[in-house]
Design a protein around this ligand. Structure first.
Ligand code: NAP
Length: 255
């Protein structure tokens, strides 16, 4: 007896979890990606790409594919798919687990400013010209066009196309994880004095936060969206345990 698992991903942790589950005989895992990047990394399990068509589409998918367990390992700012997963799992009666990274906590030496959205982040940079590192998704950077007084360094996985209509922007194509030493070197070489980022949690993108602390750089952090209340774990190991337990239950039911 195997259990069919749908893993909603797009994160470092989802990829790690898929890696651990790939060789198991008691689970058949499909990883689902939103399709936000043009060249997604190769994954250790079969992948499906693109939206399901809202809650009803996800319910159909869960039923058609006879999914026995759903893991929501999406990005903490991808609130819509998490809401859809909670609603669809409830309606289709599929057990759901959220794999969620705890938010980073402010530490001594951090110069954080919390804002609700990107427009507020742009305002928080101020009216004086500054050198700003933007570590946001390429779909989110439109509001920076309203503040042409700054010089920007924008890092993204895929090119920003069309480029922003701003006089001073450096574009950097790169994909995490990013370590603190490399982030420090990047911030110094571009003489950055403010960062705009999400409070993503986890280790893969923490390097810039730690580097900013050491360099005394302001960090403007976007507020985390509220997520539905579902059973949740914080680590890949705990998600493996949960799935193994589900697989064992399925196996007992099949005997
Ligand atoms: P979202 O607003 O939660 O999702 C929007 C729609 O995209 C969902 O309703 C769903 O479409 C589809 N979708 C999202 N994740 C999916 C998945 N794993 N598999 C299949 N379909 C999926 O999420 P978002 O627009 O992708 O991103 C919102 C925020 O999260 C941004 O700040 C972004 O930078 C950040 N983020 C996202 C990802 C990612 O992989 N999605 C990765 C890193 C960061 P349907 O309703 O049609 O099913």
């Amino acid at each position: 007896m195997t259990i069919r698992v749908l893993l909603l991903g797009g994160t470092f942790e989802a990829r790690q979890l898929a890696q651990h589950l790939a060789g198991r005989g008691d689970m058949v895992v499909t990883l689902s990606l939103a399709g936000r990047t043009a060249h997604p990394l190769t994954q250790p399990v079969p992948v499906r790409i693109g939206g399901f068509g809202g809650v009803s589409g996800l319910i159909r998918y869960l039923q058609n594919e006879r999914i026995g367990a759903l893991v929501d390992a999406t990005h903490p700012y991808a609130a819509q798919i998490s809401r859809n997963a909670a609603a669809a799992a409830k309606s289709a009666e599929v057990p759901l687990l959220g794999l969620r990274r705890p938010a980073w906590e402010e530490q001594a030496g951090d110069r954080w400013r919390r804002v609700t959205d990107v427009t507020q982040a742009v305002a928080a940079i101020g009216s004086e010209s500054r050198r700003v590192f933007v570590a946001l998704g390429r779909q989110e950077i439109g509001p920076f066009a309203a503040a042409p007084q700054h010089r920007y360094l924008i890092r993204s996985v895929d090119p920003i196309d069309p480029p922003l209509s701003l006089p001073r922007v450096d574009y950097l194509l790169d994909r995490g994880p990013f370590c603190e030493a490399d982030e420090r070197a990047l911030l110094q070489s571009h003489r950055i004095d403010a960062i705009v980022a999400k409070n993503s949690g986890g280790t893969a993108t923490y390097g810039k936060i730690a580097a900013a602390r050491g360099l005394g750089i302001d960090v403007i952090l976007l507020h985390r969206p509220d997520l539905p209340e579902v059973e949740t774990v914080a680590t890949v190991e705990a998600a493996i345990d949960w799935l193994a337990h589900r697989a064992a239950l399925e196996s007992m039911r099949g005997e």
